[in-house]
Write a protein that binds this ligand. Structure first.
Ligand code: NI
Length: 184
């Protein structure tokens, strides 16, 4: 089932999301719905707060980038209760967008690699260092679980430049091709 994507201004996007237990109700269905919702919106990642749930669940699909990055052929993952333990020291800039911030694309500086722990959809525990594009997507998505959006990383000048677009979202005007839930 396609879920509406919560847009900037929705308070759930600013909450600290909670770890879940394996018996979280209808988890398999939620994960399937999140993948379907992300795919329909042409996203590479989606965090549960973006569908209105303050829980630590993230889905990622990098297969759509595999023409340029063959290492991601068939790459589709679910991250349950992810936590970043350490970050690399080298910082890299890359343009980011977000399904909860339609129409905004800005360059964001982040560490090039991260040490993460998480459970996969079968509840197997993972503990690994991740780098490159996946580390970028993970940091963006896991930020959502701490109530952070990528615009929070921008300079005050860049924040000023996107203020109009943000105000429009607060007024319920979000121009995008997928189903959204705005505050108004
Ligand atoms: Ni996002």
């Amino acid at each position: 089932m396609i879920l509406p994507i919560y847009v900037y201004g929705q308070s759930v996007l600013r909450q600290d999301a909670e770890d879940i237990t394996p018996d979280y109700p209808n988890l398999k269905q939620l994960v399937a719905d999140m993948h379907e919702t992300m795919d329909r919106a042409d996203g590479v990642g989606l965090a549960a707060p973006q569908v209105g749930l303050p829980i630590r669940v993230v889905v990622v699909n990098l297969d759509c980038l595999s023409d340029d990055m063959p290492e991601f052929k068939g790459f589709r993952r679910t991250y349950i209760n992810p936590h970043i333990l350490e970050m690399g020291e080298e910082m890299v800039s890359m343009e980011e967008g977000c399904l909860s911030l339609p129409g905004i694309h800005e360059s964001v500086k982040r560490p090039d690699k991260i040490h993460v722990t998480y459970l996969d959809e079968d509840m197997n525990a993972h503990d690994e260092w991740v780098e490159g594009y996946l580390a970028r997507v993970m940091q963006h998505e896991f930020d959502h679980l701490d109530g952070t959006m990528f615009i929070d990383h921008l300079s005050s000048l860049r924040k000023q430049m996107i203020k109009g677009k943000l105000n429009n979202m607060l007024k319920g005007k979000a121009r995008c091709a997928y189903k959204v839930k705005t505050v108004k």
